[in-house]
Design a binder for this molecule. Structure first.
Ligand SMILES: C[S@+](CC[C@H](N)C(=O)[O-])C[C@H]1O[C@@H](n2cnc3c(N)ncnc32)[C@H](O)[C@@H]1O
Length: 331
């Protein structure tokens, strides 16, 4: 109860500001421990520190990470990069482990976060299904990594006839990922791996009905905006972009995508899970004519400016942006 009627609740000790300060303090302590580690490969200590961090960031919290000041914002940026590095190393470790099994895809549940990927992929498929009127046949996943679980789960369980083009800048990640799917005749036939920085991929992007963008491609707002602008330039009009973002304290783990910055796209829906699925999901549709970006007018290459006159993916949508939490969605 507010016993100081002259002060708004948020400024009282223990109010929202107090809660935020305490959270940032506790995260800084864990960051201190993580930044002292000499190696982020899976180990007892690495697992202990990152598990503590994740448990701290998962509960709903009113904090808006994009508004953090100076030192806290800088710490958050470094933490996201460390989380990304640790996630890549964890995925590489389990990708190699799984490849030592005859049919790796039969043992995916060995990966400790497999259940989260299953839930996230199901969530993305459900959101996608609400906004397109027929299943996509050609999908791109940008930032697929050594353990391309999203593509695998989508291909096995949801988009069972689609082909998946996985892009990663790291040739070693792609080699591991390709080895993983090779023994599965159906999945290996429908999975292609491209080694490229997505910023260097141009006209092939026009072929995809849906482009998924991994949370860790574009580690800060500026980098993310550069990637989104590039996708807007080359994706087909009417094609769908699925982005991963983060909400509340989860913004200490992954970059936050501000829907207002998605120039060239119509944002259709933003969904913030409140369970153990960490990433928020943003679905957007590539507009027929991308809008200009601040300071850099978006000029479409000639090949992209003869826009598809009809795209069935454009049907069936109100274009209304909704921002829902899991509770709101369920009610
Ligand atoms: C480790 S995560 C993998 C995501 C996860 N496996 C999934 O299915 O959601 C991010 C990956 O993005 C890749 N990446 C980062 N920037 C990229 C870029 N500009 N172009 C292509 N891949 C990129 C990294 O090499 C890394 O393997």
């Amino acid at each position: 109860m507010n016993t100081h009627p002259s002060l708004p609740v948020s400024l009282l000790p223990g109010g929202i500001v107090g809660q935020e300060e305490e959270l940032v303090q506790r995260i800084s302590e864990i960051y201190g421990g993580i930044s002292k580690l000499t190696c982020l490969k899976p180990s007892m200590e690495v697992n202990r520190l990152f598990s503590q961090l994740v448990l701290l960031c998962i509960p709903p919290n009113p904090i808006d990470c994009s508004k953090l000041a100076g030192e806290a914002q800088a710490m958050r940026g470094k933490l996201i990069r460390l989380c990304g590095e640790a996630e890549g190393l964890l995925e590489s470790h389990f990708s190699s482990l799984l490849s030592s099994h005859g049919i790796p895809l039969d043992h995916l549940s060995l990966f400790p976060y497999y259940a989260n990927y299953v839930k996230l992929s199901h969530l993305e498929f459900t959101i996608l299904s609400r906004h397109v009127d027929r299943p996509p046949s050609k999908v791109a996943f940008v930032g697929s990594g050594p353990l391309p679980l999203t593509s695998i789960v989508l291909a096995k369980d949801h988009l069972t006839a689609a082909s998946f083009h996985n892009y990663d800048i790291d040739p070693a990640a792609n080699a591991m990922a390709a080895r993983l799917v090779l023994p599965d005749p159906d999945i290996s036939k429908r999975m292609v791996f491209h080694t490229a920085d997505i910023l260097q991929v141009t006209h092939p992007l026009r072929e995809y009905d849906v482009v998924f963008l991994a949370a860790l491609v574009g580690m800060d707002q500026q980098e993310k905006e550069r990637v989104v602008e590039h996708l807007a330039r080359y994706m087909a009009a009417g094609a769908t972009l699925m982005l991963r973002s983060a909400h509340g304290a989860r913004g200490f783990l992954y970059p936050v995508v501000d829907p207002a910055t998605l120039v060239g796209f119509e944002v259709l829906s933003v969904f913030h899970p409140s369970d153990e699925v960490i990433n928020s999901v943003v679905i957007a549709r590539r507009l027929p004519v991308p809008g200009p970006c601040a300071g850099d007018p978006l000029v479409l290459p000639t090949k992209c400016s003869d826009l598809a006159p009809f795209n069935p993916l454009l049907l069936n949508h109100g274009g209304l942006m909704e921002e829902l939490t899991l509770e709101e969605q369920a009610s």
